[in-house]
Design a protein around this ligand. Structure first.
Ligand SMILES: NC(=O)c1ccc[n+]([C@@H]2O[C@H](COP(=O)([O-])OP(=O)(O)OC[C@H]3O[C@@H](n4cnc5c(N)ncnc54)[C@H](OP(=O)(O)O)[C@@H]3O)[C@@H](O)[C@H]2O)c1
Length: 328
């Protein structure tokens, strides 16, 4: 069994804890929170044996093999370095860090300590995403010439305050726009030119962010994220031989895949989600367990280079759009 600890007992931590129960070779044995109340409540909710009332105590737990870092992005750098310092493998939530510099320090620390580190880009482990990849590899789209990606929602009153707080890495790009950036990089690679703009919220974070990625081969991707409207959260990937449409919420297991290759009547439903168990985080967790069982220090699916390219690209979008954080 791979023994897991969770650092930071917030919302995503709860979903991940619930999905870990679906991974046969994983056991959630510990959690760590900043307060006694948070750790006690979380441990009770998910039947966790070891509850720690500080992150420092969690990383010293000898029985823990790997820690899932589930704090706001602003804290991933310090929390991940703390885990690595104590020899713990880490699965760190996205956005992996605030900027490329922090991400590089985290990866360098993991490499020098020879501990496993991966960014929790769960989409890369999901069925719809991998089916689209297969269709592209089989040539069903021809050469990809454009992509349109949209991710927007109006945060409800009980949404975590971190998403608006600049000191906690708030803003659409790092929180949800990252899915647009990741997906574009995966299917089109590193852009040659980025154009971007944003609408500031009252706190200064980006309430909306629009980016265009241009490629020397003529391909163009349009990426949009917003906290001001409920938008479609769908994606189109368009090639010389056909188009793929990923339905609402395109980055999750709930997405279905439609394929068009000419006239409207040629539309085919390629994939519809079945009754999936869990939220979909079990696939990345299972992959981490496999990596650890094989003694790996880096995933071959979500590599360190993938994370660095993602951070470098988001730094460039931020530079063009004028999105700044105090740690920059
Ligand atoms: N993969 C996905 O689908 C997905 C979905 C949502 C979020 N996320 C990512 O997961 C991370 C956490 O998001 P979340 O929605 O779970 O946030 P959240 O509900 O606000 O929880 C974050 C937790 O971090 C801890 N924390 C440490 N320092 C903090 C600080 N200064 N302010 C607030 N909380 C602090 C707190 O736990 P304790 O008090 O227990 O220590 C808090 O409950 C973010 O990086 C986000 O992008 C990923």
């Amino acid at each position: 069994m791979v023994r897991w600890g969770i650092l930071g007992c917030g919302r995503i931590a709860g979903k991940f804890a619930s999905d870990l129960k679906l991974v046969s070779n994983a056991e959630l044995i510990a959690c760590g929170a900043r307060s006694k109340q948070s750790a006690d409540e979380f441990a009770a909710a998910y039947s966790i044996k070891h509850k720690h009332y500080s992150y420092e105590d969690l990383v010293k737990d000898d029985e823990v093999d790997v820690i899932y870092v589930a704090t706001p992005h602003s804290h991933h750098h310090q929390n991940t370095l703390l885990c690595i310092e104590h020899g713990k493998a880490v699965l760190c939530e996205k956005a992996f860090a605030i900027n490329y510099k922090q991400a590089k320090e985290m990866i360098d620390a993991a490499c020098s300590k020879k501990v496993f580190l991966m960014e929790a880009v769960w989409t890369k482990f999901l069925k719809p995403f991998n089916r689209v990849k297969q269709m592209i590899d089989e040539g069903m789209l021809g050469d990809i010439k454009s992509m349109q990606l949209n991710f927007g929602f109006k945060p409800p009153a009980n949404a975590p305050q971190r998403i608006f707080d600049p000191e906690l890495g708030g803003g659409t790009l790092l929180d949800i726009g990252i899915y647009n950036v990741f997906t574009t990089l995966f299917f089109l690679g590193k852009p040659d030119i980025i154009i971007a703009s944003m609408t500031p919220a009252s706190t200064g974070i980006d309430a909306q962010c629009a980016a265009t990625f241009n490629y020397k081969n003529g391909a163009i991707a349009q990426l949009f994220s917003t906290f001001l409207s409920d938008t479609s959260t769908e994606a189109d990937i368009c090639g010389t031989e056909g188009r793929v449409h990923l339905s609402h919420r395109y980055y999750t297991p709930a997405a279905s895949i439609e394929y068009f290759n000419g006239k409207p009547e040629t539309k085919q439903l390629i994939y519809t989600p079945e009754n999936e168990e869990g939220f979909g985080y079990q696939y990345e967790a299972s992959h981490v367990c496999e990596c650890l069982e094989q003694g790996l220090t880096e995933s071959n699916v979500m590599t360190h280079a993938d994370t660095l390219l993602l951070m470098e690209t988001m730094d460039e979008v931020r530079k063009k759009a004028g999105i700044k954080y105090s740690v920059d």
